[in-house]
Design a protein around this ligand. Structure first.
Ligand SMILES: Cc1cc2nc3c(=O)[nH]c(=O)nc-3n(C[C@H](O)[C@H](O)[C@H](O)COP(=O)(O)O)c2cc1C
Length: 178
């Protein structure tokens, strides 16, 4: 059975179009679901201790280092377990919401989700598909001002997820009454 990691990033928890669209995508796909709501349960910003811990060799990590990485390990494990990742993502100021950027920062882990080889960077989260339901106001999804889609495509590719589909949320669900 397909396992889906369903992520919502909109700060709007009541009338969000990206949330409605991601929910529809997940329902249509069917399967088991792990859900992460980045607005209801915001992820912390990374800090210096986190950045140092992720670069420390796993065998040399202190208990404190390991503790700094616990949430990041959880975020990575959720993606590793998924066959499909569905993200409801609004465009905020031409780019991803800070909540989604925090998820990206936590999932980018050297030797875990990507590594550098003599041929350049190699993503390690292979064999997965991602579908992104993008909501926006005036910026057309996929246009050159839509830095959310271009950034996510590059970022997900960097960690090994190259099968990425972007859909305009409004094409999937009608706008909800405000
Ligand atoms: C803080 C903020 C910044 C926004 N910036 C943009 C933007 O740069 N371009 C755009 O087209 N829409 C922008 N919008 C509009 C949202 O993308 C639009 O309302 C979208 O439907 C929000 O997604 P949601 O309905 O899932 O919450 C912004 C909205 C907010 C709240």
């Amino acid at each position: 059975m397909t396992h889906i990691l369903h992520i919502d990033a909109s700060a709007n928890t009541t009338t969000s179009i990206s949330r409605a669209a991601s929910a529809k995508l997940v329902a249509d796909l069917g399967g088991t679901v792990t859900y992460r709501d980045l607005a209801e349960t915001p992820l912390p910003q990374i800090d210096g201790a986190w950045a140092d811990a992720r670069l420390t060799d796993p065998d040399a990590r202190s208990a404190e280092d390991a503790a700094h990485l616990t949430l990041s390990d959880e975020i990575v494990a959720e993606a590793v377990a998924a066959d499909v990742i569905v993200i409801g993502a609004p465009i905020y100021n031409f780019a991803a919401p800070a909540s989604l950027k925090a998820w990206m920062d936590l999932i980018a882990r050297p030797r875990v989700t990507f590594r550098y080889t003599e041929n350049g960077p190699e993503g390690l989260l292979t064999g997965k598909k991602a579908i992104i339901a993008v909501a926006s106001g005036g910026v057309p999804v996929g246009s050159e001002m839509d830095f959310l889609s271009s950034h996510l495509r590059v970022f997900l590719g960097f960690i090994g997820i190259t099968d990425v589909e972007f859909v305009a949320a409004k094409d999937i669900v009608p706008p909800l009454a405000a």
